[in-house]
Design a protein around this ligand. Structure first.
Ligand code: ADP
Ligand code: MG
Length: 914
């Protein structure tokens, strides 16, 4: 029979007590199976709806246990009648049974006496012939299935000692498998259902006696405490031994051991097992298959996320099956023979009587249920009036001698049938396992990520190396191609020159030949007559030509006379013009001098005013300036009044004193400094003043200005003045001694105005012409500074640079000729050759001249020859020796080329002639 055919209850939902009268009238008045089927609560998965949730339905977002308030589920009660035992067969041989069972009507008739009986309806009525298998299926199987689906379940046997509680629940069936009881069969079903890879089944087994819980799997553990979760009210026995069950055999062995311990404990406590409650707890922890499958879709074929549910933790169901073999329900005083005191007797029965009270209270819907009165009721809190699915089997014996106990057992069962539980699914999310899984996933992703990163890095490195290799190859091939082209063009050039020269030679020879032929022809005419005639002819011609010449000379004299006259007039005119120009120039110069003196005067005045202000106007510091001022004022007044001659600037410093003008170079007023430096520069332009300026410390002041002034105008003018002073050899040495080269280099590198650069380049160029200063000038970066200035590109600057280089090269050349042996040219060392080669044919004549000279000087030393060839300067020298418009330079180049063995050799190699 299917488990679905198990329990049912009456249409009223409560057990029905029927009177014999009714029974006698018509059994059709009972709730029929059909009628009761309407309100029947499904008891197995096959019955569908009801409180079970469909496993194929949509998944809940929250664990069912917390979201679901539960489904009503009444406590199911079956009654089982034990067959007469041998004693009863004898003793009660003359009596009928105290009960009559009507299993098909699920009714039991309890005889009151020979003519009266009471009828009770149960969820299931099991006769003395009911097999253990059938008892399991109708009493326990629905509960076991429920547990496997995540609900708590309880199976409990209640009845008088000896009526078959242990037979029903605890038979191991060693000798006869058909005799196996509910515990063994339940475990069989559980183990068949779970997957031992993902699920666990564990068992604890204890007995409750005199309100003490003893561990039947560890007898030493004899006082186990009940722990209640304050939030959920769930009770647990953390101290109890919990054994994982993996197969049926070990479970049966465990039950056997438990049974032995129970026997030993009862012997020790001087009691019987009928006085203790045996409690088996089976904990089932299941991972819900449907969700697990879905979670497996976490990774697709390519290992990427494919499901939005990937972060949903797996669902686990933790349910518990409690099987309770209760102590005998008979009253203790009746059996009495055990020799307990009354207090002991009360304690022995405390749990059982408390269970009865709780069931009464629940059956009557009493507001107070005394759950806390005993340990048994605390342990079974979930089984009665809780969330568990509970099935009770009440066992009775047939003997009329125990009619009272039987009646009380039946009444207990009837009351229990009224107890309604709210079954709830015990389901929760397994966050720990999700966490573990995500950790593993994360590790995998990290490893993958690292692998990919390493791959990319390797790839980038490989590409970089490859690219470098390719660039190097391309550069190399490019260089080779360029070299080849260059050689080819030079070769072509050489060939064409050679051809032209050969043609010229051939032509020359042809001319020579024809001339010789003509001469030999003339020589053959030696006729005397012809000679005399010729002589006569000659005489005649001579006379004629002399006459013509005389006439011509006369004409020329006439012409010259006329020309002289007109030129005389022109000269007179030009002289007059020159005179006016000269007087005008003088006037202008005087005017310039006056203007300059006025300017200086104003500067001095400003300076004076400032100083007097600084010193609280206490007195004049520079009386000389006062006189200068008054002098200047007088002059201007004089000029205004008389418009007469004005004093030249030269006189100005005679009057004011050079020392004072120089002191103005340090004035704090920028304008004064500018004017003062201009005056000094003007003075320095005249050779006559140079010595005085240097003696008065002017050179030092100018160099100081170069070092300290921020104003480029001042630095430009100062550099100009220094350039002028640097024309003199003594001054050149002084400039060097005072670090002038570094200052000039610094000025060059800061300058923006080409005119400043021109001044600086001019000064350095002058220094380059001093034989004694060569090494030092170069050592202090003079050549580098010169070459640095070419980047400005201004022809004036380039001309000065070229002049400096030429000067330097000339000195080097001179030193070498004087026998001062030296190494390679310092100019070449400092890298000037490429610039020289590049500008050797510059459009500007001054630049070109200087460079041509420099090249000739450099080439005069064999030690430079190699570099000259390498840098392509040889071609330039050849060009100069052929094309230079200045004869002296052309000759110098020629001499240089012909005197150098290295250059000669190279020219031969290139087949160049000069
Ligand atoms: P209880 O546990 O209620 O005290 P037991 O299960 O120990 O009772 O049963 C007492 C005796 O009756 C045992 O010898 C048992 O084998 C026997 N017995 C009980 N129920 C049946 C039954 N349905 N069929 C045959 N023998 C039974
Ligand atoms: Mg028993």
């Amino acid at each position: 029979m299917a488990s679905g055919g198990g329990y049912r209850h009456s249409s009223s939902g409560a057990p029905t007590r029927l009177s014999t009268k009714i029974d006698k009238q018509n059994s059709g008045a009972y709730a029929t199976p059909k009628a009761s089927a309407k309100s029947r609560i499904p008891a197995s998965p096959s019955t569908g709806s009801g409180f079970r949730r469909s496993s194929s339905g949509p998944l809940p977002a929250q664990p069912r246990a917390s979201a679901d308030a539960g489904v009503p589920g009444r406590v199911r009660v079956a009654v089982r009648l034990r067959p007469r035992n041998s004693e009863e067969l004898v003793a009660d041989a003359d009596f009928g049974d105290s009960v009559e069972l009507q299993p098909e009507l699920k009714r039991l008739k309890l005889r009151k006496n020979n003519w009266e009986s009471e009828t009770y309806e149960f969820d299931e009525v099991l006769t003395e012939f009911a097999s253990q298998k059938r008892v399991y299926e109708v009493v326990a199987k629905p509960v076991v299935e429920s547990v496997l689906e995540g609900y708590n379940g309880t199976v409990m046997a209640y009845g008088q000692t000896g009526t078959g509680k242990t037979f029903t629940l605890g038979r191991l069936g060693d000798e006869d498998t058909a005799a196996r009881g509910i515990m063994v069969r339940a475990m069989e079903d559980i183990l068949a259902d779970v997957s031992l890879e993902t699920d666990t089944v564990s068992v604890s087994y204890m007995q409750l006696y005199m309100e003490t819980i003893q561990d039947l799997l560890d007898p030493a553990n004899d006082n186990i405490a009940i722990v209640e979760d304050p939030k959920t009210g769930d009770v647990s026995l953390p101290a109890a031994t919990l054994v994982d069950i993996r197969d049926q055999k070990s479970f049966v062995e465990l039950l056997r051991v438990g049974e032995q311990h129970r026997f030993a404990a009862n012997t020790k406590l001087n009691t019987e097992s009928s006085r203790s409650h045996a409690i088996l707890m089976v904990h089932v922890r299941k991972t819900v298959k449907g969700r697990q499958d879905m979670d497996m879709s976490y990774r697709g074929e390519n290992g990427h996320h494919t499901s939005s549910h990937s972060l949903r933790p797996p669902v686990i169901r933790k349910s518990k099956l409690v099987v309770v073999d209760l102590a005998g329900s008979e009253r203790i005083d009746k059996s009495g023979s055990e020799g307990h005191t009354l207090e002991e007797a009360k304690s022995i029965n405390l749990s059982l009587s408390a269970l009865g009270k709780c069931i009464n209270a629940l059956a009557e819907n009493s507001p107070h249920v005394p759950v806390r009165d005993s340990k048994l009721t605390r342990l079974l809190r979930d089984s009665f009036g809780g969330t568990a699915r509970t099935s009770l089997v009440v066992t009775i014996g047939p003997s009329p001698r125990h009619r009272g106990e039987t009646a009380s057992t039946i009444m207990f069962g009837q009351r229990a049938m009224k107890v309604e539980n709210m079954v709830k699914l015990k389901e929760e999310f397994d966050y720990k396992s999700l966490c573990r899984r995500l950790d593993i996933e994360l590790d995998k992703l990290i490893a993958e990520n690292e692998r990919q990163r390493k791959y990319f890095e390797d790839e980038v490195e490989r590409l970089r190396v490859e690219a470098q290799k390719r660039i190097a190859e391309a550069e190399k091939s490019c260089k080779i191609a360029l070299e080849n082209d260059k050689t080819k063009f030079q070769q072509d050039y050489m060939d064409s020159i050679k051809k032209l020269e050969e043609k010229w030679k051939v032509n020359q020879q042809a001319i020579e030949k024809s001339r010789a032929e003509q001469e030999s022809r003339t020589a053959t005419k030696s006729d005397e007559l012809l000679e005399v005639r010729n002589m006569l002819e000659n005489e005649k011609n001579l006379r004629q030509s002399s006459q013509d010449e005389i006439i011509d000379l006369r004409n020329q004299i006439q012409h010259w006379k006329k020309l002289e006259e007109s030129r005389g007039a022109e000269i007179v005119k030009l002289r007059k013009l020159l005179d006016t120009e000269a007087s005008q120039k003088e006037k202008l110069e005087e005017e310039i001098a006056v203007l300059k003196s006025q300017l200086l005067q104003l500067s001095i005045e400003a300076e004076e005013t400032r100083r007097s202000l600084d010193r609280g106007a206490s007195g004049k510091i520079f009386p000389g300036f006062d006189s200068l001022m008054s002098q200047a004022n007088r002059n201007s007044q004089l000029r205004d009044q008389t418009n007469g001659p004005k004093p030249p600037i030269a006189k100005l410093f005679e009057q004011v004193g050079l020392q004072k003008i120089l002191s103005l170079l340090e004035s704090e007023d920028a304008d004064v400094r500018v004017h003062a430096v201009k005056v000094v520069a003007n003075l320095a332009a005249e050779e006559a003043n140079q010595e005085k300026i240097v003696e008065a410390g002017g050179l030092t002041s100018l160099l100081t200005l170069l070092r300290s002034s921020e104003d480029e105008t001042i630095r430009r003018v100062a550099a100009g003045a220094i350039a002028n002073l640097a024309m003199n050899e003594t001054n050149q040495e002084m400039i060097m001694a005072q670090g002038g080269v570094s200052l000039l280099s610094m000025t060059a590198s800061d300058a923006e105005d080409p005119q400043t650069l021109r001044m600086v380049a001019g000064a350095i160029a002058n220094l380059c012409g001093n034989d004694k200063l060569q090494a030092r000038l170069r050592g202090e970066g003079g050549i580098k500074a010169l070459l640095g200035m070419v980047s400005c590109g201004h022809p004036d600057v380039l001309a000065q640079v070229a002049r400096g280089i030429a000067n330097f090269a000339k000195c080097e050349s001179r030193a070498a000729t004087q026998g001062n042996t030296m190494g390679r040219s310092l100019l070449i060392e400092d890298g000037s050759l490429p610039w020289i080669v590049k500008n050797a044919n510059n459009e500007a004549a001054p630049i070109r001249r200087h460079i041509e000279l420099a090249l000739c000087h450099l080439a005069q030393h064999e030690v430079n020859a190699k570099e000259i060839i390498n840098e392509g300067a040889l071609w330039e020298l050849v060009r100069i020796s052929r094309d230079c418009s200045r004869e002296d330079i052309r000759m110098l180049a020629y001499r240089t080329l012909t005197s150098s063995p290295t250059l000669q050799a190279e020219m031969r190699r290139l087949r160049i002639e000069c």
